[in-house]
Design a protein around this ligand. Structure first.
Ligand code: HEC
Length: 155
């Protein structure tokens, strides 16, 4: 599999310092390709936990969830070539900004970054005919509090 430069760039945004994947690899990891919806469900969980960790100013946990979320997005792009590269690269500024906010323990910058990231999630959903999957900044800790379930008026 050819690793594209932007993927490395994305992975480089802190993902490299995550627990080395091989340390946790299951025996069948080489064969198993998760379904895109499953990768996304994991991304949704991380997006939610990222927000909760930032809100609680647990920056170590926030950094961890951000790395996990980035890994999910990289996986989506690596395994599903139908996903336009641009839809992932446009997330880079908001991911970087969140990473900087976590380093600086800056709650305001963190919240702004999460808002932008969330808009990036939805932009991709809209462009891939999944506009009905609407992610939002979580309202609270309840499961799925980062998804809008009421239908939107968007075409
Ligand atoms: C590069 C494109 C892209 C980006 C970026 C993206 N998604 Fe998705 N997402 C998809 C596609 C395509 C689907 C539909 C998958 C399917 O039909 O199986 C999806 C589906 C989902 C679903 C529905 C999963 C389910 O089974 O209920 C959730 C939740 C989700 N995405 C969350 C997120 C979150 C949170 C982000 C941002 C952190 C995000 N997505 C960013 C492309 C993207």
């Amino acid at each position: 599999m050819r690793v594209r430069g932007w993927m490395l760039a994305l992975a480089g945004l802190g993902a490299a310092s995550a627990v080395a994947a091989q340390d946790l690899k299951s025996p069948s990891a080489d064969q198993y390709v998760p379904r895109l919806g499953d990768i996304m469900s994991a991304a949704q969980t991380r997006h939610h936990k990222l927000w909760m960790a930032g809100k609680a100013q647990n920056w170590e946990l926030a950094a961890y969830e951000l790395r996990q979320l980035k890994a999910n997005l990289v996986e989506a792009a690596v395994f599903y070539s139908g996903i336009p590269v641009g839809n992932v690269t446009t997330l880079e500024p908001s991911l970087q900004s969140m990473s900087d906010a976590i380093d600086a323990k800056d709650s305001r910058k963190f919240a702004k970054g999460l808002g932008e990231l969330t808009e990036g999630c939805n932009a991709c959903h809209r462009s891939l005919k999944r506009s009905f999957v609407v992610i939002k900044v979580p309202s609270d800790e309840k499961p799925f509090a980062n998804q809008q379930f009421a239908p939107t008026t968007r075409p």
